[in-house]
Design a protein around this ligand. Sequence first.
Ligand SMILES: [Zn+2]
Length: 321
Amino acid sequence: MTATINAVLGPIAPEALGVTLMHEHIIYGAAGWYADSTVAPFDRDAVIKSSLSVMKTLKTYGLQTFVDATANDTGRDAGLLKEISEKSGINIVCATGLYSEAEGASPYFRMRTQAGDATSEIAEMFMKEITSGIGKTKVKAGVIKVATGNGRISAYEEMVLRAAARAQKETGVPIITHTEAGTMGPEQVDLLMSEGISPQRIMVGHMCGSADLKYHISVLEKGAYIAFDRIGLEVIHPDTVRRACIVGLISIGYADRIMLSHDSVLRMLGRSVEEAKSLLLPNWVPTHIFKNIIPALRDSGVSAEKIKLMMVENPRRLFSG
Ligand SMILES: [Zn+2]
């Protein structure tokens, strides 16, 4: 088990995590963005500048740790995260992982299954990125990110989840997941646990893709953490529905199992979507929870102590076991 957590600038103590957003992105690119030859490479300096301005505001809300959930195949850039952490003073945790079969870059490891044991190759890659670091940056990954599709776990995704569980067992680093359209949460936990890992080292993500409390409880009853981590992404569900679910689950005793985040993307790779994003999704920004959601939860009777569980204690326990 890890006594310390891999942040991009080096190991930190669990107590140093503080207020944590568990699933955000500085940059993210839909797999294949690099094939659009009409798009110039992203302006690194501009991304750093705008990210620092967001981090500065987040700091005023007390944020101490920002988990960047970008997988290896969707534009992860450990060096960029390191520079932003250095300049902002916010801990950033970088992921190792692979996205879903439909939305990630699955052909490579699918092909590797023809050549040998791709599950072991993926597990080995995750472990190397956790224990020796990512390429030349030497940044060590601090979470393992996995994903499944809508209503099914494909053979490719099953392979990635099994590899993640093996790397979790070896390194102690927790697993955070992407679920699609509020499906496959319980199946993810069962599959990961079948490799012998503890549900307490799993955070099932995008649970707010479903408003069905029975679905939420089915994952909670397995002992895993769940994340309402698309807050502000109101094209899926309005935040009022998310708040109702959160308040309901807290009222029956689950505040020690829930985490809150936005899945926001500070800069999409490829053609710019900034205008449409700010027009259609004004609240899909990493300050929204602090500015609007926590005050609304407080108005619904959620205590400061329960907010602290969701924003501080639960992330700390997920990381430190
Ligand atoms: Zn995400």
